[in-house]
Design a binder for this molecule. Structure first.
Ligand SMILES: *Cc1c(COP(=O)(O)O)cnc(C)c1O
Length: 454
């Protein structure tokens, strides 16, 4: 009999997060100060992030304990299932074995609350009143509003204008969880007002929304800023995904040859991949392939350069070495709003530079076409972001069909697409453009990178 899913008991929830930088020969270089470009110290970050998270950001410990209250919050929906996509394999007629970790079971419907509840716990411990944040597709804002109300805190969300217009129900979800949401750029911050003045018709970007959220946090008593991806501590919190999946693949009696995740800032992909990559970094699983999949609309890893860049458009956040298309780059309004960030997590970029992992990019029509074949076989309608990972799994399964190999593929199914049905609708109506990438726009944005002293 075919077994379709592998479930863990609540008591098997991981008790520690895994910190990949402890196992990297060359961890990513330290952050620089946004104004002076000198090395950034913990004190520089203190007005922006809770202290406990700053400590995690620079920690060299391999294992970091998950506080009891965070474990307790995670148990609302974790451990999450690993599915064997047997029906999809049959539909594709591939000898590959395909598995996916399903993160759509969380209340907001994605992996993002894994870090949101942890960040709220530490903020509450520090005595903070609330968080300010940005959101692209609305997934991160939803996750943080869900988590802040769980820990009895306030949440101020700057939502990228294009998503605010495309996904009104995400806003309603955030408001239902008690959050306060404004479209970004807004007239509530200096950063927002400056952008609006220059271009009143702008569709916004994550970089701009980040600038607004940071400005709001540092100018409001009892508030700090919360980030849903990119930085080390977020990737750290997401490793519960992979740590559970390692156990579930053991239950399935298979070990992945290929692990895949879609990457906006890189957190869900790293969350699944890093606990498996550990065995590649220590030499026991040298052949493991790890693939980070991005959108051709914002191709930081596949078309950008590896350099220091600001994390946000107004240059108020830390400067990090990463693959970037430039902090000024405003990507085309693709439906995968969560993949519209100009940079990528520094640890992923360092691993990419060192050739421990791979990157690739897809257009939105090809990914939605495959997501639809997945939905027909497996039932789940995935988020447009997730569809990029589904497409990579599909391509690898089709390569197996060509070669006759029966490789084991595991991908992170990072969230459901129930708020993104407009994307599927546009796809059905053949009204979904495959944006041609404006190389000139990237070159222009790259010319504005900081000149960081050695
Ligand atoms: C936000 C989001 C992403 C992209 O963010 P990462 O930090 O790269 O994981 C991917 N999938 C879903 C469902 C999301 O909500």
């Amino acid at each position: 009999m075919t077994q379709y899913k592998y479930l863990l008991d609540e008591k098997e929830l991981p008790t520690h997060w895994y910190n990949v930088t402890a196992d990297m020969e060359q961890p990513p270089p330290p952050y620089r100060h946004p104004a002076t470009l000198e090395l950034l110290g913990p004190d520089d970050l203190a007005p922006v992030f809770p202290m406990a998270l700053i400590e995690q950001e620079v920690s060299q410990e391999r294992w970091i304990e998950i506080p009891d209250q965070v474990q307790d919050a995670l148990k609302m929906w974790r451990p999450s299932p690993v599915y064997h996509a047997a029906r999809w394999e049959e539909a594709l007629d591939t000898p590959a074995k395909i598995y996916y970790k399903w993160e759509g079971v969380s209340p907001p419907g994605s992996h993002k609350p894994n870090t949101a509840v942890a960040q709220c716990y530490y903020a509450k411990e520090e005595g903070l009143k609330g968080f300010a944040t940005e959101t692209g597709a609305g997934q991160w804002g939803s996750a943080l509003c869900f988590a802040t109300q769980l820990f009895e805190m306030e949440c101020k969300v700057f939502m990228v204008t294009i998503s605010y217009q495309q996904k009104p129900y995400r806003r309603v979800a955030m408001e239902t969880w008690g959050g306060s949401v404004v479209p970004s750029p807004s007239s509530e911050t200096n950063a927002g007002r400056a952008i609006l003045e220059a271009d009143p018709e702008t569709t916004g970007s994550l970089g701009i929304a980040i600038s607004e959220a940071i400005e709001y946090a540092v100018t409001h008593e009892g508030f700090k800023y919360s980030l849903g991806s990119v930085v080390n501590f977020v990737l750290l919190h997401q490793t519960v995904i992979g740590l559970e999946a390692v156990k579930q693949m053991e239950m399935a009696g298979d070990y992945p040859d290929i692990v895949i995740g879609c990457a906006g800032g890189g957190s869900n992909a790293a969350g699944l991949i890093y606990p498996f990559l550990r065995a590649k970094l220590d030499g026991t699983k040298q052949d493991l392939r790890a693939i980070f999949v991005e959108s051709t609309a914002c191709p930081s890893m596949t078309r950008g350069i590896y350099a220091f860049d600001w994390g946000d458009t107004a240059k108020t956040g830390p400067v990090a070495k990463m693959h970037t298309v430039g902090h000024d780059f405003i990507p085309a309004p693709v439906h995968a709003g969560g993949l519209r960030y100009h940079g990528m997590a520094p640890s992923i970029c360092a691993l990419l530079e060192q050739e421990h992992v791979e990157a690739r990019a897809y257009h939105q029509n090809e990914v939605l076409g495959v997501a639809e074949s997945f939905a027909k076989a497996e039932g789940f309608i995935v988020a447009p972001e997730t569809a990029h990972a589904v497409k990579a799994a599909y391509d690898e399964a089709m390569a197996c069909k060509e070669s006759g190999e029966s490789k084991v593929i595991l991908f992170n199914n990072s969230g459901h697409g129930h708020f993104d049905l407009g994307a599927y609708d546009a796809f059905h109506r053949k009204d979904l453009p495959d944006f041609k990438l404006d190389e000139e726009a990237i070159q222009k944005a790259l010319a504005e990178l900081p000149k960081v002293p050695a």
